[in-house]
Write a protein that binds this ligand. Structure first.
Ligand code: MLT
Length: 272
């Protein structure tokens, strides 16, 4: 049961998820998972670039975008279950999986249990380590600050770290779209996802077991998951490719979309 188009709702794990499904029905499938606290619209430029040749699925992680939050405690494992259930509901046996940051955490966790369902993996601006004690404390402070001063201040503080310095001049439209995505995420979902991120397991131990083709991309000025984190994964995933994108921070697909899409298309074409 699948319908094509924008903003379709489907029940997955007893919760309504919103997704886009574009491109030819029988074409190879590429699934994109967004970062925190954004939504599926962050992949619009990639959907446009791929949808003539591939079936492209993007979805809102529960509590984000137009997906409901549901009643379960947010964990990365729950988000992985949602992904696998979404694939089952849409009758997708195999796909290429692309995740950015939190999307990458979900994708790497999915590799641990469900590698056979994926033909290739694209990891963008992400890392395999768990939160350090310091990172966990920062998440707790962020939760306290969201509760005390609201989402707007949290959005403005987040923006400062998300982008490369040049993007503040050249990518004003994209920055304001990202700010809107953060503002549209409810206070409760922000806090629940911060807890899920802080409680996530490390996935570095599974990197040597990944046997499918892997492309790793990272913005040269990514302050949150820097090129060193990408290099660390690249060195441990056999035959993986690493591309460091100029003029990009943590949101490389938005900040350097042309280069990002060239690498993305080239990689996908090498898989199918
Ligand atoms: C993201 O973009 O998904 C977040 O930066 C991930 C994180 O906070 O660890």
């Amino acid at each position: 049961m699948s319908s094509f188009g924008n903003d379709i709702k489907v029940i997955v794990n007893h919760n309504a998820l919103s997704y886009y499904d574009e491109g030819p029905n029988k074409a190879p499938v590429i699934i994109f998972i967004h970062g925190f606290p954004f939504n599926k619209s962050m992949w619009n430029l990639q959907v446009e670039a791929l949808k003539d040749k591939y079936r492209v699925i993007t979805y809102d992680i529960r509590g984000h975008g137009k997906s409901d939050a549901g009643n379960d405690v947010f964990t990365i494992d729950l988000f992985v279950n949602d992904l696998i259930n979404l694939m089952e509901t849409l009758k997708i046996d195999n796909a290429i999986l692309c995740g950015l940051s939190m999307g990458g955490y979900i994708a790497l966790n999915a590799m641990g249990k469900y590698q056979e369902r994926f033909d290739a993996l694209i990891l963008c601006d992400t890392q395999c380590i768990a939160d350090t004690l310091e990172a966990k404390e920062k998440r707790i402070k962020a939760i306290e600050s969201i509760r005390k001063t609201g989402v707007e201040k949290y959005a403005d503080e987040s923006i400062k770290n998300l982008f490369a310095s040049g993007s503040f001049i050249t990518k004003k439209k994209e920055i304001s779209a990202v700010r809107e995505m953060i503002l549209k995420t409810s206070e409760q979902s922000l806090c629940n996802t911060l807890l899920a991120l802080s409680g996530r397991n490390e996935t570095c131990n599974i990197l040597s077991r990944i046997k499918i083709p892997v492309l790793i991309m990272v913005g040269k000025e990514d302050k949150i998951t820097p090129p060193a984190s990408a290099l660390f994964m690249h060195e441990r995933i056999k035959d993986s490719m690493l591309k460091i994108l100029e003029n990009a921070g943590h949101l490389s697909n938005l900040e350097s979309p042309d280069e990002f899409n060239v690498q993305l298309k080239r990689f996908i074409a090498s898989v199918y």
